[in-house]
Design a protein around this ligand. Sequence first.
Ligand code: NAP
Length: 285
Amino acid sequence: MNFTGAAAIAGVMGWPVGHSRSPAIHNYWLRKFGIDGVYIPFAVRPERTREAIHALPSLGIRGTNVTLPHKEAAFESVDETDSVAARVKAVNTVTVREDGSLYGQNTDAFGFLEALKEGCPGWRSDDGPAVILGAGGAARALAAGLQDAGVPDIRVANRTSARAQALAGEFGPPVRAVRWTEREDALAGSALLVNATSLGMRGKDDLEVRLDALPAAAVVCDIVYTPLRTGLLRNAESRGNRTVDGLGMLLHQARPGFAAWFGRDPSPDQALRDLLATGLKTEPS
Ligand code: NAP
């Protein structure tokens, strides 16, 4: 890696941060474009999030991604957010603006929609209802993205139904809560099913959902990326549904930060996909 004293600096804050794939993604693009820049993992203790984020302008750092457990504290620490972060109440991308103020984005919705359009070019937001399994941070971002995209009916099912109800209450129609026990019935007539729970991850229980009611034309996405080919995707493929795995979202969610800090909007190429996919096969979740 080559960078000079004039290098543009960005990074990712997490605790722990060693599992983050963001340095591999951003430093790949920095090398590819020959940018004088560097992207660093910052191990920031949870009680120091605000202090670390507020130090960015003084250090001349252009911005950072923010991963667990800092996303909510980052939301509280920035001066302004985009509309997705405002609804999710979590920020995963912080940019230092010219005047030194801090702008927070949640790029998961963008990443998911870009990956969906790339994986299923024919998908349209008005194809029909979407079913989201989960009501955690990722699910909230997906609900915001699908709401903004104009999906007419967004059905959210979560094990803890109070969280799904809270999400639906905060977001408003077309987002609505469905009981976890009724998640299979909710698939009837839908055009999109997304797993945004942590079920199906390596080391976790499998996601149990019978797909009998799901139309053959529906697209099935799993944002879990360890492993990339989850049981849900295998089941969906075996009955002829088109599928999208979690790698595209992981790559595309990184683009807005890279563009803001380093001045180029990169498109994930096959070499980067291969690099990440190889790592994800072997790394623990
Ligand atoms: P989170 O906020 O911790 O939410 C976890 C979700 O999983 C909650 O809805 C939780 O339900 C549900 N869940 C956990 N254990 C369950 C079980 N045994 N049965 C039923 N539901 C269960 O996590 P997150 O940040 O939203 O992330 C969720 C998943 O998305 C993770 O696998 C993460 O790696 C993945 N993700 C991928 C990307 C990408 O770029 N591809 C980006 C972000 C996240 P309760 O509310 O009932 O606990």
